[in-house]
Write a protein that binds this ligand. Structure first.
Ligand code: G16
Length: 591
């Protein structure tokens, strides 16, 4: 780290604070401790769907990380002076180095106290929980979530505000604007802090409290769920239900062990890949059918009843039992349906439900039957925060394997997994022997089934992807498109267009408007096709195609979603000319 402090990096060795401001620092930091470094803006430091995500090598460029971190402090609501923040992340490559940089810049920007996860590790939900329980002024997360890690892979930095949730667009826009004009940042010369020991430390002018990453979060879960009910189901049923949790070498390993082994009393065979690795063992820490293949294979081979995985930073989840994949859209609808009877936190009632626009309407049907408000927001967890803060939202989810509630302001993979264990325990009280498939079938019989699938075309040329979106926009605007019949290519099935538009959202709490949030077509029979460009990739563009069809026909419930959705997928591919624009004839991932 010494080269970081080397004078060759710094043009100035004098603070640029007005004397009036500087006097307040003098007691703790001497003038020569704060260095103002001249820098130049880097283009493209625009936070995406959830923070800034780029290749590690980009973050390692001279001043790159420093510029962005300075922009965060400069953009903090009410300034950074005297504030307390939480700092931690998924432990990916470059996290310790980034944590040291952030401590130095925090010190120079007047931050008073940093609550830091041991070894710079904290899951994304654990950061949100700490911000809320310690009432801090926000937090900085070192994560690129489900993106791969390692020296040639991705890193990310995200800022969360005092409610524990990802900064709203108004704040991320401010951060971006600062990065576009930044000329200097402030830093204090400090040696590396030993991140491995818990306790309280004075690090130059700031107090740093290094905490065990797991305990505060596990305590919160114990207040939400009935662990005794789950234990009772797991240990008194004959034969004993089998369970497998896979952390995909991400940050949830220690959290998973604390729950499955320490709290629920299961043995070592119930967890795998539970040691966080900086490169996630060289794989993609994304819990879906493609990237969680080790889990899927073992669940099928050993016919494990309950399998679950979480992503790199612990905010995503996948629920998968033998022969039973739960789509995230169904998962949140089923959690909402069972919440009051299976999860003590919701015993006194649910305030409202919500989903992101591309997520299937399964949760809307539950909301309707319970007489609850339901909201459709753009993709991005940050859009749920205002509704939760206003007391209008309890449970929400996204098709991108994100599920959560108002216990924190991030989606929460481990919470969703324990929610499903609670549902199975409660279902077994009603009907012994109930497995994931029984819960799914029971739900579909009651509410109908929303068939849903997403096709991802990763790292395509940005130009081609943008051109495809423009072509769709023009098609939507052409006269006669609404009302036209779109035909599948390999069958006689056709769909009449009822509505086609670019999704925009007006936040019901603060009135802020977010436009261009995804191109959707709704058909007369209730089916939908949606196209979006991902906001979480680190290079090129990722095209996401979402398709949904609703059925109340019981004879279809057991059908493979890919079979039932084939005509819609054909319509989407031919209408968008996706293959022509992206030069891809098949997706990288199908969920
Ligand atoms: C982030 C956001 C989610 C969003 C997801 C997918 O998840 O927190 O709200 O649904 O990205 O975004 P996109 O489709 O733009 O790639 P994570 O788990 O990556 O933080």
């Amino acid at each position: 780290m010494n080269e970081l402090l080397s004078l060759k990096h710094y043009i100035h060795d004098h603070p640029v604070f007005p004397a009036s401001q500087l006097s307040s620092f003098k007691a703790i930091v001497t003038m020569s401790d704060i260095i103002t470094v001249q820098t130049k803006p880097y283009s493209g430091q625009k936070p995406g769907t959830s923070g800034l995500r780029k290749k590690v090598k980009i973050f390692q460029q001279e001043h790159y990380t420093e510029n962005f971190v300075q922009a965060i402090f400069s953009a903090m609501p009410d300034g950074s002076e005297g504030k307390t923040i939480v700092l931690g992340g998924d432990g990916r490559y470059f996290s310790p180095e980034a944590a040291q940089i952030i401590l130095r810049i925090a010190a120079a920007n007047g931050i008073k106290h940093v609550i830091l996860g041991q070894d710079a590790i904290l899951s994304t939900p654990a950061v949100s929980a700490l911000i809320r329980s310690l009432k801090t002024d926000g937090g900085i997360l070192l994560t690129a979530s489900h993106n791969p890690g390692g020296p040639d892979e991705d890193f990310g930095i995200k800022f969360n505000t005092a409610n524990g949730g990802p900064a709203p667009e108004e704040v991320t826009d401010r951060i971006y604007k600062i990065t576009e004009d930044i000329k200097e940042y402030k830093i204090v010369k400090l040696p590396d802090l030993d991140l491995s020991k818990t306790g309280e430390f004075q690090h130059g002018p700031i107090k740093v409290t290094i905490v065990d990453p797991v305990s505060n979060y596990i305590q919160l879960l114990k207040e939400i769920f009935d662990f005794d009910m789950i234990k009772n189901w797991l240990h008194t049923t004959t034969p004993k239900p089998t369970v497998l949790f896979d952390a995909l070498n991400g940050v949830t390993g220690p959290y998973g062990r604390a729950i499955f082994i320490d709290e629920l009393g299961l043995d070592e065979s119930s967890v795998q890949q539970c040691v966080p690795k900086p490169d996630f063992g060289g794989s993609h820490p994304d819990p879906n059918l493609t990237y969680a293949h080790d889990l899927v294979a073992r669940v099928e081979k050993e016919q494990i009843e309950f399998g679950a995985a979480s992503d790199g930073d612990g905010d995503r989840n996948m629920i998968y039992g033998a022969g039973a994949f739960v789509t995230p859209s169904d998962s949140v609808a089923i959690i909402a349906d069972w919440a009051e009877k299976a999860i003590p936190y919701f015993k006194s009632g649910i305030k409202g439900l919500a989903r992101s626009m591309p997520t299937s309407g399964a949760i809307d049907i539950v909301a309707k039957s319970k007489g609850l408000e339901v909201f459709e927001v753009p993709t991005g967890w940050k859009f749920f925060g205002n509704l939760m803060d206003a007391g209008r939202l309890s449970i929400c989810g996204e098709e991108s394997f994100g599920t959560g509630s108002d216990h924190i302001r991030e989606k929460d993979g481990v919470w969703a997994i324990v929610a499903w264990l609670s549902i199975l325990a409660a279902a077994n009280k009603e009907k012994p022997g109930s497995g994931i498939n029984d819960v799914l079938m029971q739900h579909w019989k009651k509410y109908g089934r929303s068939f849903f699938s997403r096709y991802d075309y990763e790292q395509v040329e940005s130009e081609g992807a943008e051109a495809m979106m423009s072509h769709l926009r023009e098609t939507f605007a052409s006269s006669g498109f609404v009302g036209s019949e779109l035909k599948a290519t390999s069958s006689d099935t056709s769909f009449e267009v009822a509505e086609a538009d670019d999704f925009s959202y007006t936040d019901p709490i603060d009135g802020s408007v977010s436009t261009k949030q995804g191109l959707y077509i709704k058909f007369v029979d209730g089916s939908r096709i949606i196209f979006r460009l991902s906001g979480t990739g680190s290079s090129g563009a990722t095209v996401r195609l979402y398709v949904e069809k609703y059925s109340k026909n019981e004879s279809e419930f057991g059908e493979d979603a890919q079979v039932g959705l084939k005509p819609l997928i054909e319509v989407a591919l031919s209408l968008s000319k996706l293959q022509e624009y992206t030069k891809r004839d098949k997706p990288n991932v199908i969920t």
